[in-house]
Design a protein around this ligand. Structure first.
Ligand SMILES: NC(=O)C1=CN([C@@H]2O[C@H](COP(=O)(O)OP(=O)(O)OC[C@H]3O[C@@H](n4cnc5c(N)ncnc54)[C@H](O)[C@@H]3O)[C@@H](O)[C@H]2O)C=CC1
Ligand SMILES: CCC(=O)/C=C/C=C\C[C@@H](O)/C=C/C=C/C=C\[C@@H](O)CCCC(=O)O
Length: 260
């Protein structure tokens, strides 16, 4: 997909990775980006991006994406304001330790259930019948493959995002909707998320050859997933050790999916 002239909706857009994804799209001449976030910081982030990347339009839409109806309202807002949606990034997320049961349940809901909402809504609003096709990027994590000690729900939620994305990205689905769906799995990246768990930075520092990456580097992988029309149902890993890589998809060796 050529990003120039396109319209994007990014959840968690006020956060470290969300802002970097928005900036990457704006540098590539996206027509408009809407930052959907529960934090009112989104207003300042949108203002900052407008100043940095004129004449692109950058809006902030205050929303709790864990509420389906409110989240649908964000899609209606973008569709009405810009006439179309081409790119959806389900990026909003959080982490909680196993000791915090309510936080762990909220983590599962935000990181997985809300990503399902955003994937379903993205397919509905961008479907080639009602829309003009498009691409959905679901932000998972390397924790989906290499679990973090003490964060069962975080690890499970991210593994769920990978499975959800592979399901949504099967060729038959793409043929029907014209919407590609890919997963982005970064390792540790310099954002406020790293400060939400005490001792995490110290733990990371103990890991051999595991420097914390910049959001801008992860956004390079994000942009590849948006632009490369060959990628659908793809899982991309971004790590300091191996850089940006697509996980081989064994399913491509089979010639049809199992239909229910
Ligand atoms: N920072 C890292 O090391 C890594 C982060 N990730 C994932 O990247 C995504 C973005 O996280 P970061 O930018 O690192 O963290 P961040 O904390 O900077 O950004 C998260 C954003 O999500 C928003 N948010 C939280 N709950 C929300 C809700 N109910 N509705 C709408 N927005 C909500 C927050 O207000 C915040 O702006 C998350 O899914 C995270 O799990 C994945 C791998 C590594
Ligand atoms: C509650 C703590 C928590 O879940 C914090 C998450 C923080 C960062 C985002 C996360 O998505 C990054 C995961 C990166 C994992 C990369 C490699 C693993 O092999 C690290 C394993 C570290 C360990 O041995 O526990």
């Amino acid at each position: 997909m050529k990003i120039s002239g396109k319209v994007a909706l990014i959840t968690g857009g006020a956060g470290g990775l969300g802002k970097a994804f928005a900036a990457a799209l704006l540098r590539a001449k996206a027509k408009a980006v809407c930052l959907v976030d529960i934090s009112s910081r989104g207003k300042e982030v949108a203002e900052d991006l407008r100043l940095q990347y004129p004449p692109s339009q950058v809006d902030f839409y205050h929303c709790d994406v864990m509420n389906y109806d409110l989240f649908k309202g964000a899609f209606d807002f973008v569709q009405k304001r810009f006439g179309a949606i081409d790119i959806v990034c389900n990026n909003a997320g959080m982490a909680a330790s196993d000791h915090n049961v309510s936080g762990s349940i909220r983590t599962l809901r935000l990181n997985l259930e809300a990503v399902y909402f955003g994937t379903k809504l993205g397919m509905d609003y961008m479907d080639k019948e009602s829309g003009r096709g498009g691409v959905i990027i679901n932000v998972a994590s390397m924790a989906a493959f290499l679990p973090l000690m003490g964060s069962m729900c975080y690890n499970a939620s991210k593994a769920g995002v990978v499975a959800l994305t592979k399901s949504a990205g099967v060729p038959e689905q793409y043929e029907m909707t014209g919407v590609r769906v890919n997963a982005l799995c970064p390792s540790f990246t310099e954002t406020p998320l790293l400060d939400t768990s005490s001792g995490l930075r110290e733990m990371i520092a103990q890991l051999p050859n595991h420097p914390i990456m910049s959001p801008e580097y992860v956004a390079e992988g994000f942009q590849q997933l948006v632009e490369n029309e060959e990628l659908c149902g793809a899982v991309m890993r971004v790590t300091p050790q191996k850089g940006i890589e697509i996980v081989p998809n064994r399913r491509k060796d089979r010639n049809s999916s199992s239909k229910l």
